[in-house]
Design a protein around this ligand. Sequence first.
Ligand code: KE4
Length: 429
Amino acid sequence: MKLKTHKSKKLWNYSLKHLAGGVNSPVRAFNAVGGTPIFIKAAKGARLSDVDGNSYLDYVTSWGVMIHGHADRDIQAALCAALTKGTSYGAPTEAEAVLAEMIKKALPSIEKLRFVSSGTEAVMSAIRLARGYTGRDKIVKFTGCYHGHADSLLVKAGSGAATFGAPSSPGVPAAFARNTVSLEYNDIEGFLKFMKRSGGEVACVIVEPIAANMGLVLPRPGFLKALRKACSASGSVLIFDEVITGFRVGFGGAQGLYGIKPDLTTLGKIIGGGLPVGAYGGSEKIMKNLSPAGKVYQAGTLSGNPLAMAAGCAAIRKLSKPGVYKKLEASGAAMEKGLRRIMVKSGLPLTLNRVGSLFTLFFSKGPLENWTGAAACDTRRYAEYFWAMAERGVYLPPSQFETCFISTAHTAADIAATLEAAEGALSGK
Ligand code: KE4
């Protein structure tokens, strides 16, 4: 049935008058799927309600933040308690160190950490720290991985890929981009060849250990190990950007899942329980170079904000309970089993990648192992699928190059309803 969108349309015109591009983050403008962005009024558990009264099963979950579902009772209670004591002091509080200790216990590669207010800020600071620690300027990233909007990372593979990066956005100085090399994700040989030649100039290699910003793309066996070995050999800092995978694919993140110890880790999303938080941390040897102990400067008015710390502690505490990841895996496996049946029945060129509660249905025959593969997807077909699912009460990421997230609030009945919607959406019924 056609979605009622009258109020969303009205609010979209209002927002376009006051907000740049009508949104506070580009993907929300629905450019990749067309149509009017859906304005959300409220959310509870696995469901979103929009301003026109439509209800959806939510697989964006605020881009992976809401692993416990929306308006979680325990997180809300922690926030209400913190709220009575004020909202921001700009001074140390106990809660910051408590949350830091919880994160360290989950991710033993982190001996010291620093909270900031977004994933971008965490990555930007980690890169500066790696450059300050090594005294080198060059950094290596992988095409299709997204690490936030810091200048050093808005860089696409330049001509000849493994030479200079080129800005992927106006405003990023070419001189800046030249210090970033973007290689192909999962291309072990290409990476080793580059590091053999230039590893001594590389301050850090930053990677999404499981890539979730080209749609979900898993590391090939040996890929992460090759990064670890080459960084150790060249004295480059290995940074795992776990803003998405941290506390998502397991309590120990992707580094726990794959048993690879990075030198620095960046975090965000889940650790803030729905409030703005980022974090970066690693070995004492590196972290002691950060101001005020060391000379690498980084600061932030709302870093370690009491409300965000309270929400983050509640969110991580809930994840430490037995059975949480077993439930997420069971939901993910049920989703995968159902989608694979529907994919065969549809006869369409489709590929499904999944790990735990993360999955992406690609409109391409695949396999999907890097950006080259992802870029070949039929994004027009994805856009049709997005709207067909929205009309059936399922809210997917408004881009083929994002990942779906299942929360602990999604029930078996929700998964079944989603599969029924997908069967209809893919068969046009
Ligand atoms: P934020 O600055 O958006 O908190 O985090 C940046 C970031 C860093 N690293 C990874 C691996 C990320 O996925 C992100 C941000 N993720 C996107 C969604 N894929 C945020 C959504 C948006 O940009 O609106």
